[in-house]
Design a protein around this ligand. Structure first.
Ligand code: ADP
Ligand code: MG
Length: 612
């Protein structure tokens, strides 16, 4: 057997590099963190070929004197912690003192730096871990690090790199994360001289988000801020009705460090569970501030994964904050059906639900009306006079393919601004599909989905004690004989059911009598409803709460209502539309499927290829 020996520094560094530097984006991450730690106010990142052939990170931070710069390239050289005790309150990004020597061991590495005490800067060039030269150079205050031919000295690693596009995607995403975390730093990202984004120091996150991801995305988000028991949550979260097909826009920072955290992402997804369609994700950029002593950032060498010492506390804080925020969109407790006011539409003379002006305000519809197509100067003067046959219509009258797609991203559905004041029922297709004319187009509303959403929010308010249903008495009370499992279940849920408007009396062992039911339930259906309730509770075991069981039973009831129960009447559909628009989340049913969508007149114009 061969003898044990201590590895040469260069080899040790290359091994460490295996952990710290996984791909070009990891180099950028380490260098960016150093620049932020060096209190830079401007950072510029440039890369070529997905970062495989060239990376430059330049800052105007505190820089280093020559001896310090040389030291920074030694293993375990760090200016950020002194002893293990400091690990408990790490505020800086770096602290391992591994990044620079690791990167330098697997690339051609050039460091130029100057601190304010020195007139001349220093330049250090290292190739594959071997020092090439150290010399003085002209350099503004700050540090510039260039890394080229990454992994050339370790061809085995280079093989594992993905395509240039994949590496670029990772790198750009990472640069965006750091730019988001530090809006006050002027940030520039270049790819081979082409600017990908340039964002001057911003006042707040919102501004930075619109610089980096575009105004449209920023406008789909709203501010959130909460504090409790030493935890603080700030950031931007999708407005109701906004969802994304992937988790890419679900971004978390803990103490300004971008992190991957299952705790945080699961809590957020859970909070949006009934607000967005299944399989889609809420967009959110959230910053959690927490005592550094209660997070372990030392789990993974690249520090992306973190562990909370009090996992449940963090989870609950996030969940309740986001749930409250989503529920706050609830205007007040929903109006009881019999309180809903109708008014006569001046145009159609039909009855339409009166829209609460507060609802419009709540959804921000007053301030930000739906984007209108860009009307250019020619378009303003569309000539509508009859053209001699054979003459081609002038271009402004025609719509280009894609006009609408651009204006209306796939998930863009929301109630209208002032025009929404009248949703006029035109007719229905197949019973429960109601068509409404609006000032802006045509709305198709799914009666059952709307019914489920409206009832669901009412049920929720009842269980929270915000709303009290008047129980309606049954003319003939219904008797119910149950086995012991079902009667235990009924007893366990009796308070919840009572809050929901059921009046159920136990009048003997396993014997019950239903005396009253909520106003939205047809009295003759109350026995069937409670039977469904018990069946669902039995199927699911004791894992479900009253609300969840009732919700399931209510969904079954809505199925019955829309098929065998004779369907929704015109008046009911009109009421539903009104109630729906007062919901906290009018866009989806409790299972996340759409309740209504609108076809704007522009879509019709596109299809007809002329103005209407
Ligand atoms: P760590 O960040 O874990 O301390 P690094 O290897 O990343 O370790 O950096 C080593 C040291 O070099 C840092 O502690 C810091 O003092 C110095 N340093 C690195 N980059 C910069 C920079 N851009 N500006 C000023 N000092 C820097
Ligand atoms: Mg570092």
């Amino acid at each position: 057997m061969s003898k044990i020996r201590i590895l040469a520094d260069r080899v040790a560094n290359q091994i460490a590099a295996g952990e710290v530097v996984e791909r070009p984006a990891s180099v950028v991450k380490e260098l960016l963190e150093n620049s932020v730690d060096a209190r830079a106010s401007r950072i510029e990142v440039e890369f070529r070929n997905g970062g495989k052939s060239y990376i430059r990170v330049e800052d105007d931070g505190i820089g280093m004197a020559q001896d310090q710069a040389l030291l920074s390239l030694e293993r375990h050289a760090t200016s950020k912690i002194r002893d293990a005790g400091d690990l408990n309150h790490v505020r800086s990004f770096g602290f391992r003192g591994e990044a620079l020597p690791s990167i330098a061991s697997i690339s051609r590495f050039s460091l130029r730096t100057r601190c304010k005490e020195e007139k001349e800067g220093s330049e250090i060039l290292i190739n594959g871990g071997k020092m090439v030269h150290v010399k003085e150079c002209g350099m503004p205050l700050g540090t510039r690090i260039e890394v080229s031919h990454l992994f050339n000295s370790v061809p085995g690693r280079r093989k594992f790199l993905k395509t240039e596009i994949t590496e670029s995607t990772h790198l750009m995403h990472l640069a965006k994360l750091y730019a988001l975390a530090h809006p006050r730093i002027h940030f520039t990202l270049l790819e081979g001289g082409r600017t990908i984004f340039k964002s001057p120091a911003c006042e707040d996150l919102y501004e930075r988000v619109s610089e980096i991801f575009g105004k449209g995305f920023a406008e789909s988000l709203s501010h959130l801020s909460a504090e409790e028991n030493g935890l603080a949550l700030n950031g931007l979260v999708g407005k109701l009705g906004q969802s994304r097909p992937t988790r890419k826009e679900l971004i978390f920072f803990v103490n300004q460090r971008p992190v991957d955290s299952k705790t945080l992402s699961y809590a957020t997804i859970e909070a949006f569970h009934t607000f967005i369609p299944r399989g889609r994700f809420p967009p959110a950029i959230l910053f959690l501030e927490i005592d550094p002593a209660s997070v372990d950032v030392n789990v993974h060498p690249s520090k992306k994964e973190i562990r909370f010492r009090e996992e449940a506390k963090v989870r609950n804080f996030l969940l309740t904050t986001l749930l409250n925020r989503n529920r706050d969109f609830n205007l007040q407790a929903p109006t009881k059906p019999n309180e809903i006011k109708l008014e006569v539409d001046s145009v159609s003379t039909k009855l339409v639900p009166q829209i609460d002006p507060k609802a419009l305000e709540m959804y921000g519809l007053n301030q930000s009306p739906i984007p209108q197509p860009q009307v250019n100067s020619v378009e303003k003067n569309v000539d509508l006079s009859v053209r001699p046959s054979g003459e081609q219509p002038s271009t402004p009258d025609t719509y280009k393919e894609g006009d609408c797609d651009q204006l209306f991203p796939e998930e863009f559905v929301r109630p209208r601004g002032a025009g929404l004041a009248s949703w006029r029922l035109i007719d229905r297709i197949k019973g429960g599909l109601a068509l409404f004319a609006t000032a802006e187009g045509l709305v198709a509303m799914h009666g059952r989905a709307a019914y489920e959403r409206v009832r669901f929010e009412e049920l929720e308010s009842c269980l929270q004690g915000k709303l009290q249903y008047e129980s309606q008495a049954l003319l003939l009370p219904e008797n119910l004989e149950l086995d012991s499992i079902d009667s235990t279940c009924l007893n366990q849920n009796s308070i919840g059911l009572q809050r929901l408007g059921f009046d159920i009396e136990e009048f003997g062992r396993n014997f019950f009598r239903i005396n009253g039911c909520p106003p939205w339930l047809t009295p003759e259906r109350s026995l069937a409803f409670i039977k469904d309730f018990l069946e669902i509770a039995r199927e699911e075991g004791s894992s479900l709460q009253t609300l969840e069981i009732v919700q399931e039973a209510m969904v079954r009831e809505s199925c019955f209502k829309s098929t065998e129960g004779g369907g929704f009447s015109d008046e009911e559909l009109i009421l539903l539309a009104k109630e729906l628009l007062q919901c906290g989340n009018p866009y989806t049913c409790p299972k996340g499927r759409p309740t209504f969508f609108e076809i704007p007149i522009r879509d019709f114009e596109k299809r007809f290829q002329r103005r209407i």
